[in-house]
Design a protein. Structure first.
Length: 650
């Protein structure tokens, strides 16, 4: 099948095809969007969840001593004009840092690894004897059998080092961490992978370490988790390549936990007893904060290290290349999409269809590309790692709406942080700008602090960990402004004590993190009327915004985004019925957000209006209308003719 369809039109076509599939016409579009598998045989109840308890045995990993090396290193960095870069922490206070999170209270949680390569997390390139059996492995338990079939000695040799979480903080405010504690440790089972994701949410810290997603709790705030629970088990059946692990933790605009896995795959029995299984493919997941309602959101990725949402709830990642002349890929993660990668491609000389058919390339660079693919927006970076979207406060205005991606190549001279800026392209996006932002650092992760300063996590050298690690804080003058200080104060405040009206005004704050915090607080207290009023309001009263945010905030208040966050809050409450009026809004973004809301809340009440939006002049509106119709399924068969005509017209 020869495709000449412009990239800008692909997403509405995929969404419409998904809807056609829901109309019982799957045979015409067999690979456009993956459909749910047929009902599986009855499964046993999920096993009891494993609890975390602080280990009582000692552990002293190999960590380099303190030195003046970091001070000398600073001179080699290329720093953007106007940014002051300062060392915040260094070895021996942290070592081999894979990922980190700067919490709302200023504490920094770091995932450390001491088990790379010959210490417990292997790679098929170093252990080719594992490969044949690995290609047919389905569960993590079978992976353990594969290890021991060739190397029974690994039961002891690969369980003496650990993955762990370190927490650091600067109590005296001098710009340097003086407290460093082990927050959680003991992740050393034969089946454990790299601890590659960490996210602080209140007193809880989520931690991804194959084969489990952990929720760890520090109720007394002493810097050490006293309790925890494995929410899921079964990620990483395959050995594959080292680093293709469980990672990417982020809190989504729906209040749910989102994360990713590389092509080590998954075979997970959910708390509700559903089996999610794709042992050789990477993907993106979301679930509630207690681990319930786990679902696969996106498929066919190779190694998507981290995820980032923009201000409008669109989700992106940068996926690693397969070392065959392809390049890493910036991907818009459209729900139900598939990037096409499968772990077995790695061991074929031509990588199967990946290289010959250009599956790794943007649509407009390939004349004849598989129709089921969600192609990348662009090819960027050589070793994508940490990924973050600027939240809105703390950087100069020229960086508004930017994404920051870590490019990790194994050597500091060719590594650093790139800045990306996206632009609209039909129902999707295009890469509008990119530049080397902070360069010369072997950086694994990037975050924004409560004041909007940019934080970088430095692996320092090598691939397997030299026992070193550093945290750098990069601040522009904007991070010391009144706006930044007020933002940090709001992020550290207890919103349970805030008035509902005040929270409603904070939905228009310039910083996305404050807006989300206000949205979650309103949803938690069931403030449906406040959210409905904010969603439907044409304009927000300047007096009200000034009374809550202060008059100085008025030029930066986000009235349009205030309405979008209110829509998201109503989705959390599953109370979207009154949003039907927005399906006819003049603003296409509001029409798109409202259309999406009915699908997210599984509300089929607006079937006729959504069907009409399939002919909306805006491609993004058509896309979300088609997706929501497919998800709600109301009177689906009646829409098949119009969808067929639309696909033909596109």
């Amino acid at each position: 099948m020869r495709l000449t369809t412009p990239r800008a039109r692909i997403l509405p076509i995929l969404a419409a095809a998904a809807l056609l599939a829901s109309c019982g016409r799957k045979e015409r579009y067999p690979r456009i969007i993956a459909q749910p598998p047929p009902p599986a045989p009855a499964l046993p109840a999920p096993p009891p969840q494993q609890r975390y308890a602080p280990p009582q045995f000692p552990y002293a990993p190999p960590i380099a001593p303190a030195s003046e090396e970091a001070a000398r290193q600073l001179a080699d960095f290329r720093v953007p004009q106007g940014m002051e870069l300062a060392l915040w922490a260094a070895e021996p206070d942290l070592a081999n840092p894979v990922a980190f999170d700067v919490a709302a209270d200023g504490r920094v949680y770091v995932a450390e690894t001491f088990r790379q390569e010959t210490e417990g997390v292997p790679d098929n390139r170093s252990f080719p004897e594992f490969l044949e059996r690995d290609l047919r492995t389905t569960t993590v338990e079978e992976r353990g059998e594969n290890y021991l079939a060739s190397h029974p000695e690994f039961l002891a040799e690969w369980t003496d080092q650990e993955e762990r979480i370190r927490v650091l903080w600067d109590a005296d405010g001098d710009g340097r961490a003086e407290t460093s504690k082990v927050f959680a440790r003991g992740f050393r089972d034969l089946l454990d992978g790299t601890g590659a994701g960490v996210l602080a949410v209140g007193a809880d810290v989520y931690f991804t370490c194959i084969p489990k997603l952990w929720k760890l709790t520090d109720a007394d705030r002493d810097g050490a988790a006293e309790d925890g629970l494995a929410l899921h088990h079964g990620y990483g059946p395959r050995i594959a390549f080292r680093g293709h692990d469980l990672h990417g933790l982020v809190l989504g605009p729906d209040g749910r936990l989102w994360f990713s896995v590389g092509d080590r795959g998954y075979h997970v029995l959910t708390p509700e007893g559903r089996l999610l299984s794709d042992p050789g493919r990477g993907g993106v997941f979301r679930c509630n904060l207690d681990g319930s309602e786990l679902e696969v959101y996106y498929a066919g990725l190779r190694n998507p290290q981290e995820l980032a949402f923009d201000d409008w709830g669109n989700l992106f990642t940068v996926d690693n290349n397969c070392d065959a002349g392809d390049r890493a890929r910036l991907v818009y993660l459209a729900e139900g999409g598939d990037s096409g990668w499968s772990m077995n491609f790695q061991y074929l000389g031509d990588r199967g269809p990946w290289m010959p058919e250009g599956w790794w390339q943007p649509r407009d660079q390939v004349e004849d590309q598989a129709a089921f693919l969600n192609p990348p927006l662009a090819n960027v970076t050589s070793g994508p790692s940490g990924f973050a979207a600027y939240p809105g406060v703390g950087l100069p205005d020229k960086y508004a709406n930017s994404f920051f991606i870590c490019d990790f190549t194994g050597g500091s001279g060719s590594s650093g942080i790139r800045r990306l800026l996206l632009g609209p392209d039909g129902a999707g996006f295009r890469l509008a700008e990119q530049e080397e932002f902070l360069w010369g650092m072997l950086v694994t992760d990037v975050c924004f602090g409560p004041d909007g300063a940019l934080w970088a996590l430095d692996w320092v050298e090598g691939w397997t960990g030299a026992g070193k690690g550093r945290i750098w804080r990069g601040a522009f003058p904007e991070a010391a402004s009144d706006a930044a200080r007020e933002t940090a104060a709001l992020l550290g405040a207890d919103f349970r004590e805030r008035d509902t009206g005040e929270l409603g005004a904070l939905l228009g704050h310039p910083d996305r993190r404050v807006r989300l915090k206000a949205q979650f607080a309103l949803a938690e207290r069931g403030a449906q009327e406040e959210l409905r009023s904010a969603a439907l309001a044409e304009e927000e009263s300047a007096a009200r915004v000034a009374s809550v945010l202060g008059a100085a905030w008025l030029p930066r208040a986000q009235g349009r985004l205030r309405r979008v966050h209110a829509i998201w809050g109503l989705i959390q409450l599953r109370r979207v019925g009154e949003l039907g009026i927005l399906l006819a809004a003049r603003d296409p973004e509001l029409r798109a957000q409202a259309a999406r809301a009915f699908g997210e809340a599984a509300d089929a009440s607006q079937g006729a209006a959504l069907t009409a939006l399939l002919q909306d002049p805006d491609a993004r509106v058509r896309y979300h209308a088609a997706m929501s119709l497919a998800k709600t399924g109301a009177r689906a068969a009646a829409r098949a003719p119009v969808l067929a005509r639309l696909i033909a017209a596109w």
